[in-house]
Design a protein around this ligand. Structure first.
Ligand code: PLP
Length: 375
């Protein structure tokens, strides 16, 4: 049996058209974009063209787009620099952020550089906006609010506009980890009250190791990575030219086919949801599964048993790739901090299935068979 890949929220397959666009920069067009001779200028133009493409799609200004090594670096930069350069000494975040955010926040807190508050979650895993307003309105310090746009484990989507408006009201800065939504949803940054967002190409059929950081033109930070003058002195290091070309191409493809693909992938999610309900009635679902949720992610929980504890392993033996949530640490499954935060039931185990344009309903049928065998 062919491999069934249902772990697209972790990473996606590179689109062959993206690879094709990147290829010349691995061979002929290797000139350093920062050199002054014309051979380097050619690659500089490719970088700037990519920046314009990304900016146009997100409805931002090219000067607001910075290329980084991925979502992790982008969030580290935004959060560190908001504390260091913009006077935010109080970070408001949630217990369900990706580690790229939560570990950065914890570090700053432990290093005594910022105090941290965790906003309450509603029973369906959404952010409690009343509690957020309460935290903002009573803060003695300037706040950075860092809340993810869509949760990579349970799929819940944040109302970015509502959070951004609250931040405006209380003069707070707003960073949103949008790694699961850039390339999956339309963005209109010029009309969205947010200061920093992040993106990562490998989540939408682009290459790994390249991401973007959007910094709204009204905020000015100093570099996070020091060295050469690349990225207008904001992010040192010789440009990842093939990655930069790749992220722009991947975003272009995702945007052109957004309507059809989001409908198709959403139909796969709903199909699996119904099939699980029909054939595995003991299963439950995490998050706001059919509500304000990513069309790519379906997070399912099962009663814990000796067999179900081996579920991911048994799916793997049968060539099904799915995820248990957060990564293993030292070989010991720690469980997911996200699932623990929304539904701390030690008697359930969670498996996340996440879909892409390359998946089919036939694959879902096969996975249901495998699940029934493995439970
Ligand atoms: N934020 C979220 C929500 C993610 O899903 C990921 C991916 O693992 C990241 C951040 C990290 O992105 P990257 O792998 O590009 O560093």
């Amino acid at each position: 049996m062919d491999r069934i890949y249902f772990d697209n929220a972790a990473t996606t397959a590179l689109d062959p058209i993206v690879l094709e666009a990147m290829m010349p920069y691995f061979s002929d067009k290797f000139g350093n974009p920062s050199s002054i001779y014309s051979y380097g200028r050619e690659t500089r133009m490719a970088v700037e063209q990519a920046r314009k493409t990304v900016a146009k799609i997100l409805n931002a200004h090219p000067a607001e787009i910075f290329f980084t090594s991925g979502g992790t670096e982008s969030s580290n930069t935004a959060i560190f620099c908001a504390v260091r350069d913009l006077g935010c000494k109080h970070i408001i975040t949630s217990a369900i952020e990706h580690h790229a955010v939560s570990h950065t926040v914890s570090y700053l807190n432990t290093a005594d550089q910022a105090q941290v508050s965790y906003v309450k979650l509603l029973p369906d895993g959404h952010i409690d906006l009343n509690d957020l307003e309460q935290l903002l309105s009573t803060s003695q310090e300037k706040c950075l609010v860092t809340l993810m746009h869509a949760n990579n484990e349970i799929g819940n989507i944040l109302n970015m506009n509502a959070v951004g408006e609250l931040c405006k009201k209380y003069n707070a800065l707003f960073h949103s980890d949008t790694v699961q939504t850039v390339g999956h949803f339309p963005f209109d940054l010029r009309n969205t009250p947010v200061h920093f967002i992040t993106g990562s190409a490998h989540k939408f059929h682009g290459p790994k190791g390249i991401g973007i950081l959007y910094i709204n033109e009204n905020v000015r930070i100093k570099p996070f990575i020091h060295g050469g003058g690349q990225e207008r002195n904001m992010r040192a290091g010789t440009e990842n030219i093939y990655g930069i070309v790749g992220i722009a191409k991947a975003l272009e493809i995702a945007t052109a086919s957004f309507e059809a693909e989001s409908a198709y992938i959403g139909s796969l999610k709903k199909y699996m949801y119904r099939e699980v309900q029909k054939h595995i009635p003991v299963a439950g679902f995490n998050g706001d599964v059919l509500g304000n949720s990513l069309y790519t992610v379906l997070s399912i929980n099962f009663p814990k048993s000796e067999k179900s504890e081996m579920l991911l392993f048994n799916l793997d033996i049968n060539n099904v790739c799915a995820s248990g949530g957060s990564a293993c640490t030292s070989g010991v499954e720690q469980g997911s901090h996200v699932v623990r935060a929304i539904n701390n039931d030690p008697n359930r185990i969670t498996v996340r299935f996440s879909f892409s344009k390359y998946n089919t309903t036939a694959e879902i049928d096969e996975v249901i068979v495998q699940l029934n065998k493995a439970l």
